[in-house]
Structures are given as structure tokens and as C-alpha cells.
Ligand binder design. Structure first.
Ligand code: SAH
Ligand code: SF4
Ligand code: F3S
Length: 456
């Protein structure tokens, strides 16, 4: 019997990856995917817990789904199973069951391979089914390989969880301890993705550069775990994979091997998202980041020595408890000094159970909002300047979606910029050289360097 599955994904790329894997897992049970919850037999909300707004969304979403379901049942339609997955499921599983009785099942990020059983249990009893256990090692062993790659770019989760315990962050609680997939499993999945047509892979992990995966059986040596730098070298040899990225990294784990890889491997894209959070050493210490602003500057310096054209991105939190105007200014100075190609910034959001949420001197909302507006202006300025610096250059662009105008496509530069150009839609998934002739705040425009290439 054909059934329909609708997955709504919030949060980071790891959730995007997991949603794909859940769909692949449920396909053999007869579930085809749909974007329309109204026609779905099973709706999975893959949630994020990182800030309060993200976490609260689950309750409004469940309310809407419950109404949809009631309307459908009243009209004599089929029932709908509502599942909550992801980090809010992990953090608030029992609370969700209590506050939102319309939810049929709750499943944490390390228990997705048990979804078929949970669904069966929920159907049988129409009662609760909750699994937020942490059998991290078995999740990947039991999920099927990805079934398709869209637009030639794919995600590959190689690491999960975090042991850093930044004082503001829920991830160590929602995703569990830092664990890495074995090298063999990662290489096998990369080869599989290449066979499906992936030309770019993005390696994912909450702390991806803390990767320390079990060495391959045939590697010889002392069998010591591999670092990300070493893994990236092996991935660069996978035929078909032309571009490698990784995210998200921690400044403390940028070791020599990884920095050298940026200088040595053309497949490793010259772009790095490296969150720093603050430019003030006092705030960094209160955040338990365990590095200073100068440590961060030195990492950037070494990266630029290895790969002079590397573009940088970062995350910033403004309004951390006790942050003074002067300390905020130090963050602004860092933004201007480094010259980020892009960056994300957030108002500090106290999260239940984290040490920072118990700190005194939280800042008023208007101060946070004002600082957010100022840092966003500085980031936007830096981004536009970086984009303007690309005009006149010829960049390889991986085209992966249609543009706004007919005859146009949009792709990604090595630096993650969106690039628009007149390109036939048959070039979807191809990497073509584009000469950049215009820069906008959030994108570039260009023309094919060799139009004959696209006609071929
Ligand atoms: N693992 C990554 C980031 C994980 S969360 C790292 O270590 O950098 C993504 C971003 O959300 C963080 O970099 C941080 O800037 C932001 N963030 C996390 N917790 C937050 C909170 N409580 N309030 C506001 N922003 C937060
Ligand atoms: Fe959260 Fe810090 Fe771990 Fe990143 S390193 S996931 S911010 S605790
Ligand atoms: Fe959100 Fe969980 Fe990712 S809290 S950012 S979905 S790891």
C-alpha cells in the first residue's frame, strides 16, 4: 500500500542529512515523500533545540498538524501519525508527550534506525512511543545508504556529538558524546555518493575537525585513529569527487595536518566556516571556548599561509550574560579585521540546563537587538566587499538549480557564493568556469568563460 511521508527539517545540515536517511529507511515500508503535510500518513518534525525560538516551533507546528488531522478525520479521511525527531525530541521527549498529546511518537537523533518499530508500536497502541536512547554506534550501522543525490552535491555525516561543553550550548546534551564513524564506513559512503553522481561532498559533524575515526583494517601502521586531515587526503582519491568541504569546525581542533591539507589538496575547497563566537577573551572564557581571540587570529593566519585565497565564515553570539559594550566592540573589531566572506550572528538565548543560563547579569532584549543589528551590518559590509573582490576573476561554479530568469542557472563558487549565469539547464550538476562580472550583497553574476563547454 502506498503511503505518504512528509518530513519538515529545522536546524543544521546534520538534520538535513538525517531527514534524508529517515526517508531512505522508510521507503521500503511503502512511504513515498511529499512536501504537503495535508496528504501525509506520517509527518516527521525534525527539530532543532539550539535557541528558544527554534525549540518552541515544535509546539505550534504540532498544533497545526493536529488541526489538519482532525479536519481530515472529520471528512472521513485517513489518520495521520505525528512524529517528533531531532534535538528538541532528545532534550524534551517526555515533556513533548505531555504538552502535546497529539504527538504519536518521539525519537531522538541516535535512535532513527528504530523508527519502523516505533511507528508500528504507535500504530498498534495509538499510544505513546518514545525512544531517546543513545546507542550512537549502532545508528549508522543500521541506516541504509543514501538512495539519490540532488544537484551533484551531497552531505556525509562523519562525526556526531560534542564534548566541548560551551556554556551556552545544548548540543552536548542533545547529540551526546563526541563519536566518529570508522574511516572505512566513511570511504564506502563517499564512493557510493560518487556512484550516484555526487561531485561535491560536505563532511558533517557538530565538531567535524575533532574527527578521530577508527583506521581502516588494511592501513597497517599502529592502527591509531585517523584525523580529519588524513581522512580528507583519502577522500581526495575517491574518483568522481571533485570538491570536498567540511563543517562545523572548532578553532581548537584546527591541527597542522588539516591546515596543510588546505595547501596541498585542490579538492579541498578554499572556504572554512570556523565559529569564534566573540572577540573578547573574558567572554570567550565565560563561554568555556578554551581559546583566546589571538589564538583564533593565529589559526586564520596559518590557514592563509597554507591557502592564500581561503575565504572565511564564522558564528557570533551577541549579548552573552555580562557582555559590556567594550567587549562587544572587540567582537565588531574582529569582524572588520578578519574580513569574513559571510557569517552568522545570533542573540544569546538562554537554554535550560546549560551553565550560562544560570549566570547572573543577563542583558536586556533591546541591548541584544541593538548589538545584533550592528554586527549584522558589519558582516554584510564585509560580505559585499568580499563579493566585489571577486569581480573580474574566473571561478569554477557547480551549477545545481534553476535561476530566477529562464535560461539562467545558479551555482556555488568555491567560496560558497551563489553565482547566477546564463547556462542551459542541461548543465545541472556540472562544474563550469565563470567570469564574474557583477557583485551583489548576497550573490555574484557572471558569464561562462567558455560558452562552447556548455553547448557540448
Ligand atoms: N558546533 C558548532 C556550532 C553549533 S551551534 C561550533 O562549535 O561552533 C551553531 C551556532 O549557534 C553556534 O556556533 C553559536 O553561534 C549559536 N548558538 C549556540 N547556542 C546558542 C545560544 N544558546 N544562543 C544563541 N546562539 C547560540
Ligand atoms: Fe556547542 Fe561548543 Fe560543542 Fe559547538 S563546540 S557544539 S558551540 S558545545
Ligand atoms: Fe539544532 Fe541540533 Fe543541529 S540543536 S543546530 S539541530 S545539532
Amino acid at each position: 500500500m502506498a503511503r505518504k511521508l512528509c518530513i519538515k527539517t529545522y536546524g543544521c545540515q546534520m538534520n538535513v542529512y538525517d531527514s534524508g536517511r529517515m526517508a531512505d529507511l522508510l521507503a521500503p515500508l511503502g512511504y513515498g515523500t511529499t512536501d504537503d503535510a495535508a496528504e501525509a500518513d506520517l509527518v516527521i518534525l525534525n527539530t532543532c533545540h539550539i535557541r528558544e525560538k527554534a525549540a518552541e516551533k515544535v509546539y505550534s507546528d504540532v498544533g497545526r498538524l493536529r488541526n489538519l488531522r482532525n479536519d481530515r478525520l472529520a471528512a472521513g479521511g485517513a489518520p495521520m501519525t505525528i512524529a517528533v525527531a531531532g534535538c528538541t525530541a532528545q532534550a524534551e521527549g517526555a515533556e513533548i508527550m505531555r504538552r502535546a498529546p497529539a504527538v504519536d511518537l518521539v525519537v531522538g537523533p541516535q535512535a532513527y534506525h528504530r523508527l519502523p518499530e516505533l511507528i508500528a508500536r504507535a500504530h498498534r497502541s495509538r499510544g505513546e512511543a518514545l525512544d531517546t536512547d543513545f546507542p550512537i554506534d549502532s545508528k549508522f550501522d543500521h541506516l541504509p545508504l543514501q538512495s539519490r543525490v540532488e544537484g551533484s552535491a551531497a552531505f556525509l555525516t562523519i562525526q556526531e556529538g560534542c564534548d566541548k561543553f560551551c556554556t551556552f550550548c545544548v548540543v552536548p546534551y542533545t547529540r551526546g558524546a563526541e563519536t566518529s564513524r570508522p574511516v572505512d564506513a566513511v570511504l564506502a559512503e563517499a564512493r557510493h555518493l560518487a556512484d550516484l553522481g555526487a561531485r561535491e561532498i560536505t563532511l558533517l559533524g557538530q565538531n567535524v575537525n575533532a574527527y578521530h575515526g577508527a583506521a581502516p583494517d588494511d592501513a597497517g601502521g599502529n592502527g591509531a585513529p585517523w584525523s580529519l586531515g588524513r581522512l580528507v587526503h583519502a577522500l581526495a582519491d575517491v574518483s568522481g569527487i571533485e570538491r570536498i568541504r567540511y563543517t562545523t569546525s572548532h578553532p581548537r581542533d584546527m591541527d597542522d595536518e588539516l591546515i596543510e591539507a588546505h595547501g596541498r589538496l585542490p579538492q579541498l575547497m578554499p572556504f572554512l566556516h570556523l565559529p569564534v563566537q566573540s572577540g573578547s577573551d573574558r567572554i570567550l572564557e565565560a563561554m568555556n571556548r578554551r581559546h583566546t581571540a589571538d589564538d583564533y587570529r593565529r589559526v586564520i593566519e596559518r590557514l592563509r599561509e597554507a591557502r592564500p585565497d581561503i575565504a572565511l565564515s564564522s558564528d557570533f553570539i551577541v549579548g552573552f550574560p555580562g557582555e559590556s559594550e567594550r567587549e562587544f566592540q572587540m567582537t565588531l573589531d574582529l569582524v572588520r579585521e578578519i574580513g569574513f566572506a559571510q557569517a552568522y550572528s545570533f542573540k544569546y538565548s538562554p537554554r535550560p540546563g546549560t551553565p550560562a543560563s544560570m549566570m547572573a547579569d543577563s542583558l536586556p532584549e533591546d541591548v541584544k537587538a541593538d548589538r545584533l543589528a550592528r554586527i549584522q551590518a558589519a558582516i554584510a559590509e564585509g560580505q559585499h566587499a568580499f563579493n566585489r573582490g571577486c569581480v573580474g576573476r574566473t571561478l569554477p561554479v557547480l551549477f545545481d538549480r534553476p535561476g530566477r530568469r529562464p535560461g539562467q542557472m545558479v551555482g556555488r563558487s568555491p567560496y560558497m557564493q551563489a553565482v547566477h549565469a546564463e547556462v542551459p539547464s542541461t548543465m545541472n550538476g556540472r562544474i563550469l568556469d565563470v567570469t564574474i562580472d557583477s557583485a551583489h550583497p548576497n550573490s555574484l553574476g557572471g558569464t561562462l568563460a567558455d560558452p562552447a563547454e556548455a553547448a557540448a
